[in-house]
Each structure stands twice: as C-alpha cells, then as structure tokens.
Design a protein around this ligand. Structure first.
Ligand code: UD1
Ligand code: CA
Length: 481
C-alpha cells in the first residue's frame, strides 16, 4: 500500500472509566491500550500516522510519540464525536489521496495481521468505505451493522439511536474503517450531529456512501474478541483476561510449561525461553526475561526481572532484579531494585535485598536484610543478619569479601568492610572493618547471675521450674556422691 494514512482516535475523555487516567492510557497486560493499537498499526506499514488527541493531551501526546516518533498529533479541542475527530485529523494530515484507515485507541485486541488483511481487501475491492465487524455475544454499547435483504451493508446505527429490533443485531462495528481518501474528504463535512448524543458520528459515513451509490463492504472478523473495545473497568478486566490468555497460549506454543494458565499473568513485553516452567499464581510483568529451564512460582510476582538458566524462584516478589544461572530464591523473598544474585547463589526464606550484588555461589539463606551491599563469591551470611545501611540521614555501603562466613544474628553497620575469608561470631555488631582472615567478636563475655530467677521472680512458673531443676540436680549430685 503506497499511500496509506492511519488515523488513531484518542481524544475522548473515557468518562465511563471514571478515572484520573485517560482511557487509552489504561494498561492491558502491561501495555497501554493505545500502545497495543499502535503496535497493530505498525504492521500495515503506513505512510503516515495521525493521532487525534484532546483530553489530557499533555500525557497522551508524548506517550504516542514515544511509541511512534513520526506520528502527527492532531488536536481536537472539543470532543464532538468520532466524525469530528477524523475531520480534525484529515486537516492535520494535509493529504487527500490514497487510503485512510481509522482505528480507535481503545480496541487493544486488534491484531496487526487482521488490520493488514482488512486494508488489502479494501483496496482490492476498490470500495469507498470498508468496515471491520464482528458478531459479539453482548452487543450492548456498540454500533450495530444494518444489512439489506441482499446482505449488503446499509448503515451503522449507534446503541442510543437504535430501535429495539436493531438492538437485537449481534453484528457490531469494531470502530475500525478504511476509506477512499477522496470520498472521506468530500463526505466528512456532510455528517450531521442530529442524533441521540448530538455528536458527529463517523459511522454515518456508511450511510452517506450508500446514498451516493458507492460501494461499502464489511470484513467480518472470525475472532470477534479482536473487535472488542474497553469503555469501562469491567470491559478492561475482560480484555485483560483475553489478552493474557492469548499471551499465555503463545508461550505454551513456544515451549513453555504453564501449569495453570488461569492464574498465570504474563505482560505483553515479557520474554520466556523454552523449557521454562511457570507454576500457579505467578505474574511476570514489564520487561521480565526468564531463561531456559528456569522454574518460577508458585505465587511469585516479578516485574522487570531477569531469571537465569535453570534458576528457581519460589513464592517471591521481585522488581528490577537479576537472578543468576542455577541460583535459588525464596520461598518468601523480596527482591528490590538493584539486586543481582550470582550463578548458583541463594537468597533464601524471609530475606529482603536492595542494591545488593551477591556473588557466585554466595548465600543469604535466612531471615535477613541486605541493603546497599556487595557480597563476594562463596560467602555465607548467617541467619538473621541485618545490613544496617541507613544512619538516619544517608545510606552507606557494606562489602563482604570472598569465602567469608559470618555468624547468625549479626548487624553490619555501614559503611563497613569485611575482608576475604573473614568470619564473625554469632551476635556480632560489626562497626569497624574486619581484615581478611580475622574473626570479629563484639559481644561482651556472658555473665550468669546464679539464683536470680528464684529470688526476683518468686512464685512464678519460671521460678518453680528453676527450683525443680535445681532440686533434681542436687539429688543427682547426692546420688552420685
Ligand atoms: C464507537 C463507535 C461504535 C463502535 C465502537 C467500537 C462511533 C460513533 N461509535 O463507539 O460504532 O461499535 O466504537 O468500539 O464511532 N474519540 C475522539 N474524539 C471524540 C470522540 C471519540 O477522539 O470526539 C475517540 C475516543 O477516544 C475513542 C474512540 O474515538 O478512542 C471511540 O470513542 P468511544 O467514545 O469509545 O466510542 P464508542 O461509544 O465505544
Ligand atoms: Ca469505545
């Protein structure tokens, strides 16, 4: 197609969403609705893309040009309907020849291949207008396709203008059109706003073409979900479910095992390698990548994370974290941004990490907080260790060398460095650097105040237990004597 203009409509307020966020910016599987539409539009290799913006155009405009840098933004100051929006776009495009495709910004399920086939069919049939339609189970809210006895498309009638009989029609307009540009430019000014909503409906172009004796055709989608739009939160959730189903199915076809597709959520931009296994209750979000043979889940959420070959991530919440090859994480781990776990490393149970580079084979197995830290290869961090990175004003770093063994219940007060092969005793509070190979011990020698409980806690169960143990010990001693 050598002269193809695509107009994408994104100026409406989306009042039915009842949201601070513009409708077309609401995400479906991690990508905005308009992002999905623009992705499909790229597949037809358009000569130019014109996006109509209006409501919150300070947010919507830059979002569109981020995705399609050479898109022309046409501003529709007041939202007087889809026909009016297209008129604004045609003025901004400054072109009156070739084919014009119009897509709505709120139909994210539409696939590039369908759009391409639709545009090709329109051009081959040399029609004035082509519409994309589908038969949906619940046509409420959509424009209904009216056909005559020969089956030819006569008009589209909007929900609010339809008679009760017309409302029974299940064939609906997806809101996607192809026009001969010359007809579009000539007829647009003739659309009236004499209807239930008082808006200029683009759908009236069908009727105007028929009146002029021109050809109109419909391309009926086999997969009707592609025609579905989201006007409210319930439809948004439904499209999210459908899109997720599509994505999960695609990854299964690519060789990923998904134990429970219904409770697995995968964003549109996630990448999975073959023989990855996803267990129930798992969400893989954003730009997450999972490499071959890794197992993720159950009950895990990873956003913008990378999971290495053969790694295992169980009941974990992670964001902007990298898990090395054959490493293990969880159950019940919290990986915050900047976490990097080396090959065969371990972040275990009830461990939180942030800005933490943990070396190959290094382990933080239990009940710890590791913030602003670097841990060398082969090092083992004892259970219940806190990297105290915050002095109340600023954050500081802790480094632990290679093959160090630190004791349980330690506190590392940053900034501090523990050398290669060093050790720390249980309960140590490390405030000064520990040289390589040294053992740090900071706790005071233990004192036992004999008889303290019986004298200070007389009459309690604790004192009774102590007295009984002492009596048993004394009789044992006399027996031994
Ligand atoms: C529209 C169609 C309906 C079709 C349905 C498919 C019309 C009159 N109705 O209804 O036939 O079945 O889509 O989902 O076309 N917009 C603007 N400027 C405006 C008005 C709307 O840019 O002045 C944009 C909106 O942001 C949206 C798109 O056009 O992206 C469609 O508008 P919307 O209000 O969602 O139309 P529907 O009621 O869904
Ligand atoms: Ca809509």
């Amino acid at each position: 197609m050598d002269n193809l203009t695509v107009i994408v409509l994104a100026a409406g307020g989306g009042t039915r969403m009842k949201s601070k966020t513009m409708k077309v910016l609401h995400p479906v599987c991690g990508r905005s609705m308009i992002g999905h539409v623009l992705r499909a539009v790229q597949a037809v290799e358009p000569t130019r893309v014109v996006a109509v913006v209006g409501n919150q155009r300070e947010q919507v405009g830059p979002h569109i040009t981020d995705l399609v840098p050479d898109a022309v933004l046409a501003v529709q100051e007041t939202q007087e309907g889809t026909g009016h929006a297209v008129r604004v776009a045609v003025e901004a495009a400054g072109t009156t020849t070739g084919t014009v495709l119009v897509a709505a910004g709120d139909t994210p399920m539409l696939e590039g291949e369908s759009l391409r086939a639709f545009a090709a069919e329109h051009e081959a049939a040399q029609r004035a207008v082509s519409i994309l339609s589908g038969r949906v189970p619940d046509p409420f809210g959509y424009g209904r396709i009216l056909r005559n006895d020969e089956g030819d498309v006569e008009a589209i009638v909007e929900e609010k203008d339809a008679t009760p009989q017309q409302r029974e029609i299940s064939e609906v307009s997806a809101g996607i059109f192809a026009f001969d540009a010359a007809f579009l430019v000539e007829a647009l000014p003739r659309i009236s706003n004499d209807n239930a909503k008082g808006e200029y409906y683009l759908t009236d172009m069908v009727h105007l073409a028929r009146e002029a004796g021109l050809t109109v055709g419909a391309h009926v989608l086999d997969d009707v979900t592609q025609a579905e739009g989201a006007n409210d939160r319930a439809q948004l959730a439904e499209l999210g479910r459908l899109m997720n189903q599509r994505i999960v199915t695609r990854w299964m076809q690519e060789g990923v095992t998904v134990m429970d597709p219904a409770t697995t959520w995968i964003d549109a931009d996630v990448v999975l390698e073959r023989d990855v296994t996803i267990l129930p209750g798992t969400q893989l979000l954003g730009a997450t990548i999972v490499h071959e043979d890794a197992v993720v889940g159950p009950d895990t959420t990873l956003k913008d994370c990378e999971v290495g070959v053969g790694a295992r991530v169980v009941r974990t919440h992670g964001e902007l974290a990298v898990v090395g090859e054959s490493a293990t994480v969880g159950p019940f781990a919290y990986l915050r941004p900047g976490t990097q776990l080396g090959t065969q490393g371990k972040i275990g149970t009830f461990v939180e990490t942030k800005n933490a580079v943990i070396g190959d084979g290094a382990k933080v197995p239990h009940l710890s907080y590791v913030g602003d830290a670097e841990i060398g290869e082969g090092t083992n961090i004892g259970a219940g260790t806190i990297f105290a990175n915050y002095d109340g004003v600023a954050k500081h770093r802790t480094t632990v060398g290679r093959h160090a063994k630190t004791g349980s219940n330690n506190t590392f007060v940053a900034p501090v460095a523990i050398g290669d092969g060093a050790g720390t005793a249980g309960g140590t509070v490390v405030r000064r650097d520990v040289p390589p190979g040294a053992l740090a011990v900071s706790s005071a020698p233990q004192r036992n105040l004999e008889g303290w409980v019986e004298s200070r806690r007389a009459g309690t169960a604790q004192a009774e237990a102590a007295a009984a143990a002492r009596a048993a010990g004394e009789s044992q001693e006399s027996h031994d004597a």
